[in-house]
Design a protein around this ligand. Structure first.
Ligand code: ADP
Ligand code: ASP
Ligand code: MG
Length: 425
């Protein structure tokens, strides 16, 4: 496990730092980051740096692909997208060399990051850290391209959007770093996206489970797969800003006192759609058939709600309603599937509604405190915001609402749980 970050200030350490797109978004920003890296290096630390593509670059490359082809193969998309990070590693190494700091750049493949063959969302299967170890032993800062790896057979892969976070966490585990720092454009993980909720407050310490729930319900400050990996391998990390010297947020294993805080944060997932099937035959295998076809189309569904059957089960098969949510970009893939469901008379009516979002409140304190759902629903009701769907897990309550009410709902939920106030210590 990584050493306690708080006690590292006067200690020569092995550090993995990750700088996101905005942090390296211009030559001036690369210069500013190189200066920070130089300081860590001059203090005697071993430094491995993971960088993202310059901000906007991955989207630009995706758009370029769209201009030459409707549906590029995922293999070629990976070859294209990996160039974004490759540009940044070279520029960062040049900037450091120019300052007199020895630095070498490594692509994901050169850094020994081996993945499975699932293009555009590959999983890291192993890391052969020899090239990194050799460069560190030579006294160099090592600059690694985030978001990318290579299969056993040498194909270039990428790790899903936001995947440089995962590269950094996995490398920290792979080279047994003492410290993993995720540098971004905000000062840490906040109680809500500070761009949506101005009153949001920086969280000092958060449990993996909470960070994972927040990340997977829309708080894109960390990629959820990266948090999952960190939790699995016990990689303690901190999220902090590359634009100031403030201390950030530490993401750690859950401790008992953390349950005092009932709600740690509020997240929102935008661009969602809701699919409603009414009058669905209520018999074994119908839901399986529906969701199997959806899975085969490569679509991820999120919330699923099925009503109690409109007739008692022992009176023979009744009918029920099934509603689920998905990303609105996937509507075109799901439409033919549910249309077929209706034409096969497995559902009486179908409806797809876009323009919705999912708001979640997250906190491990929910395990031992009641009344959280009531407080959230009351606050939304008082603001006249209609709840379209509800789902809960042990540490999360999520509601689907109209996307046009998103900002208001986030602020209302944040105030209802008084998240702007300091946490009890
Ligand atoms: P990077 O390019 O450094 O990876 P990202 O854009 O992926 O940065 O993530 C940082 C952004 O995440 C912030 O600018 C902020 O708007 C957003 N964000 C969403 N939820 C949160 C939250 N709870 N705390 C902090 N930032 C958040
Ligand atoms: N450049 C990739 C993206 O924009 C990976 C990352 O920034 O983490 O998603
Ligand atoms: Mg990111």
């Amino acid at each position: 496990m990584l050493a306690d970050i708080a006690n590292l200030s006067n200690f020569m350490a092995r550090i993995v730092q990750k700088y996101g797109g905005t942090s390296v978004g211009s030559p001036e920003r690369i210069e500013a980051v190189a200066e920070r890296i130089e300081q860590w290096k001059r203090e005697g630390n071993e430094v491995v740096v993971v960088v993202s593509a310059m901000s906007g670059e991955t989207d630009r490359l995706l758009q370029l692909a769209g201009q030459v082809c409707d549906q590029p193969t995922e293999r070629e998309l990976d070859v294209l997208l990996a160039t974004g990070e490759q540009t940044t590693i070279a520029l960062m190494a040049m900037a450091l060399n120019h300052r007199g700091v020895p630095a070498v750049s490594l692509t994901g493949a050169q850094a020994g990051i081996v993945t499975d063959g699932v293009h555009t969302r590959a999983k890291i299967s192993s890391i052969d850290a020899r090239a990194i170890e050799d460069a560190l032993a030579n006294g160099s800062v090592v600059i690694v391209a985030g978001f990318q790896g290579q299969t056993e057979s040498g194909l270039i892969t990428t790790l899903g959007r936001g995947g440089s976070d995962l590269s950094a966490i996995a490398l920290a585990a792979g080279i047994k770093a003492d410290l993993c720092q995720i540098y971004t454009d905000v000062s840490g993980v906040y109680t809500a996206d500070p761009r949506v909720v101005p009153e949001a407050r920086k969280i000092e310490t958060i449990a993996y489970e909470e960070m994972l729930e927040m990340a997977s319900s829309g708080s894109k400050v960390m990629q959820s797969r990266a948090v999952e990996f960190a939790k699995k391998f016990g990689v303690i990390f901190e999220v902090r800003s590359s634009f100031n010297q403030e201390s950030g947020t530490r993401v750690v294993k859950e401790s008992n006192d953390m349950e005092q805080v009932v709600v740690r944060g509020v997240s929102v997932e935008k661009n969602q759609a809701k699919v409603h099937l009414a009058g669905v035959d209520d018999e074994p295998g119908v839901a399986a058939r529906l969701f199997l076809s959806i899975a085969e189309a490569g679509v991820n569904v999120d919330m699923i709600v099925q009503n109690v059957s409109s007739r008692l089960a022992d009176e023979g098969s009744g009918v029920t309603d099934i509603t689920f949510t998905l990303h609105q970009d996937d509507i075109h893939r799901v439409e033919p599937i549910i249309e077929k469901f209706r034409s096969d008379s497995l559902a009486e009516d179908i409806q797809i509604t876009g323009g919705i979002c999912k708001l979640s409140v997250v906190g491990i304190g929910m395990k031992s405190h009641s009344g959280v759902a009531a407080k959230l629903f009351t606050a939304l009701a008082e603001a006249g915001i209609n709840i379209q769907m509800i789902s809960t897990s042990e540490i999360k309550i999520a509601v689907v609402i109209a996307e046009e009410r998103m900002t208001e709902a986030m602020n209302v939920a944040h105030s209802a749980f008084e998240l702007h106030l300091e946490e009890p210590t």
